[in-house]
Ligand binder design. Structure first.
Ligand code: ZN
Length: 294
């Protein structure tokens, strides 16, 4: 909390998390920066969920060469994600920075899905305004959730080999009835916030950086999380997916292929189903499965 609890914040050092995502998907340098920023933000949003089983899915669908960028965060800060086109590389911008906007695109949608265990998930959406991701999330919170927010996301990589030297993010949001004076106090330190990424890349600890950034803001620290890039896929989950395609499709699959191999988009793990396994799933499937046919 900041400024006598008038605002709340969540900050993340996701350096290792972004390295793991880069390695899992063979991300290009620009894809590492883009998906990395989104993974950081998705993890931060997920830690603000109330219940342990809540999840947050974010989808960036821009008009750039990235295709869709999809991330899913769980309440403890664990996050998974993928890009449709992970190996697209773009030339550096004129200022020698990675061209995240060129990769994501400058028009399209940002969708945020909160699954709180209710019958229907909560789905919010806004148009992309920047393609640099942090500005897009700030716009989303303000326009779609009526929650004025400051968002910083930074992924630092070695120019030569793309090694991630530091990746950090920060979200600051007003609490109800936040006085203008508290907002002014936070805005007064806004130009310090972008130092978070460079200081993480220099090896400073997140706690030390925050204590320094917020030194004038009466910061209190209420929770600590350990974020990670990790997938929660399982054979059981894919069995349910196969059952849901219905008897007709499953029967065709067994007769034509006699086996199935499913690969998790989020982590690349593949699952094999032989004829006997598919037949036992067929016994559980219903006639209409995922189709409208009766
Ligand atoms: Zn997986």
């Amino acid at each position: 909390m900041l400024a006598d609890r008038a605002l709340r914040f969540a900050a993340i050092d996701g350096t290792q998390l972004v390295r793991d995502a880069q390695q899992t998907h063979g991300l290009s340098r620009v894809a590492t920066a883009a998906l990395g920023r989104q993974l950081l933000m998705t993890s931060v949003i997920a830690t603000l969920c109330k219940n342990a089983t809540d999840t947050v899915t974010t989808v960036l669908a821009g008009n750039g060469p990235s295709g869709n960028l999809v991330c899913v965060g769980r309440s403890g800060g664990a996050v998974k994600g993928y890009a449709t086109n992970p190996d697209v590389e773009l030339p550096l911008r004129a200022d020698a920075k990675l061209d995240v906007r060129g990769y994501v695109g400058t028009s399209g949608k940002l969708t945020l899905i909160r699954d709180l265990g209710l019958k229907e998930p909560y789905v919010g959406m806004c148009n992309l305004i920047s393609g640099e991701i942090a500005e897009d999330f700030a716009q989303y919170f303000t326009a779609s959730e009526q929650q004025p927010s400051i968002v910083y996301l930074g992924v630092h990589e070695n120019a030569a080999d793309g090694f991630v030297t530091g990746a950090g993010g920060l979200l600051i949001q007003t609490m109800p009835n936040c006085p203008d004076e508290a907002i002014e106090r936070v805005m007064a330190i806004a130009d310090r916030i972008p130092t978070l990424g460079t200081r993480l890349a220099d090896g400073e600890a997140l706690n030390d950086i925050l204590h320094d950034l917020f030194r004038d803001l009466d910061a209190t620290y209420t929770d600590t999380y350990t974020p990670a890039f990790s997938c929660d896929c399982s054979r059981e989950r894919l069995e349910r997916a196969l059952i849901s395609i219905g008897r007709k499709e499953l029967t065709e699959l067994i007769e034509q292929d006699g086996k199935a191999e499913l690969t998790c988009q989020f982590c690349g793990k593949s699952y094999q189903f032989d004829r006997a396994a598919l037949e036992s799933l067929l016994a559980e499937a219903t006639d209409n499965g995922g189709t409208d046919e009766q």
